[in-house]
Write a protein that binds this ligand. Structure first.
Ligand SMILES: C[S@@+](CC[C@H](N)C(=O)[O-])C[C@H]1O[C@@H](n2cnc3c(N)ncnc32)[C@H](O)[C@@H]1O
Length: 299
């Protein structure tokens, strides 16, 4: 693979990027051309706030091509455009496979769950205000913290951490990447069973737990045994309805049940499905998804 590096001003970034994609670049990314120099200026503002400006004063637009010829032809074509007077070629260079990975990684940013609790890819610095950090990289199994259903479950854990001394056993049913199990562990839960029907999820959960230096047992669903003070399942409404007797049977007296993967319009169906055991309530909502929770009465 070869990479074409073009330098351009803030006003040209968009047109250059679009042109590179039109000319069949495999990927296009934009970086600060003045990074690590005295001229470097921060682009990002406070977390959650819009960037103060749309682009850097001088950007380097990087485009990936299968070989050197294609990169060179593309550079010639771009420089011949009437709008490209201020665009310059910085380099055309071979890229190692590793750089391609880094390019993909740059698409994933830290995810805020609460102002103190963040999900941060391993290649990112944790935000300064984060006092609890889960290290998680996008992998084959679902659950990187970017989906509203996952975020709502994690937010519930983080905002109920005063209950964590009671989380002496936890069941994460449909664990995916293990994100909810690890989130519970980081908030003090112990003896965590993370189960999933997908073997890739079991491996991912084990790897992610190790990376976060927390203990959990990841296995197929049969490994869920007995009663738990906290049961979490972020699957989808239909399997959650079918699983109602099973999940209810795993609740210890006084236990909390946390369900996600449910659309706002499905709330009533879920309430009905769990009514023989529990009174489910909607306790959070994000982008049309709801979090439903219930507590089994103490014995
Ligand atoms: C939406 S993902 C959630 C992953 C993670 N818990 C999260 O919150 O991001 C649902 C996971 O449930 C698993 N799953 C689906 N049906 C299941 C079932 N009947 N029993 C156990 N796991 C199931 C899927 O393989 C998938 O990993």
């Amino acid at each position: 693979m070869h990479e074409l590096l073009l330098i351009c001003g803030e006003d040209d970034v968009e047109i250059v990027s679009d042109a590179l994609m039109e000319l069949d670049a495999l990927a296009v990314s934009v970086e600060d051309a003045d990074a690590d120099t005295d001229a470097e200026k921060a682009l990002f503002g406070e977390p959650g706030m819009p960037a103060p400006r749309g682009g850097w004063q001088r950007s380097v637009v990087k485009a990936l091509f299968p070989d050197e010829n294609e990169a060179t032809e593309c550079a010639t074509l771009i420089l011949s455009q009437d709008w490209a007077a201020d665009v310059h070629v910085q380099a055309i260079q071979a890229v190692a496979e590793q750089d391609w990975v880094r390019l993909t990684q740059s698409q994933f940013s830290p995810v805020e769950i609460t102002p103190e609790f963040w999900i941060v890819p391993s290649w990112h610095e944790a935000p300064a205000q984060a006092t609890r950090v889960m290290r998680l990289d996008p992998g084959l199994a679902f659950g990187t913290g970017t989906h509203p259903t996952t975020r709502m479950c994690l937010r519930w854990i983080a905002t109920h951490s005063e209950l964590s001394p009671g989380w002496t056993r936890v069941l994460d049913y449909g664990c995916g990447s293990g994100i909810l199990a690890i989130g519970a562990a980081l908030h003090g839960a112990q003896n965590i069973d993370a189960v999933d029907i997908d073997p890739a999820a079991i491996t991912a959960s084990q790897d992610n737990a190790k990376a976060n230096q927390v203990a959990l047992k990841a296995a197929l669903p049969d490994a869920a045994q007995g009663e738990y003070p906290l049961v979490m399942a972020n699957i989808l409404a239909t399997p959650l309805k079918l699983l109602a007797p099973l999940l209810a049977a795993h609740l210890a007296p006084g236990a909390h049940l946390i369900l996600a993967g449910i659309l706002a319009r499905q709330a009533e169906e879920l309430k009905e499905a769990y009514a023989p055991w529990l009174k489910l309530e909607v306790s959070d909502e994000e982008e049309g998804w709801i979090l439903m929770t219930a507590q089994r009465p103490a014995a």
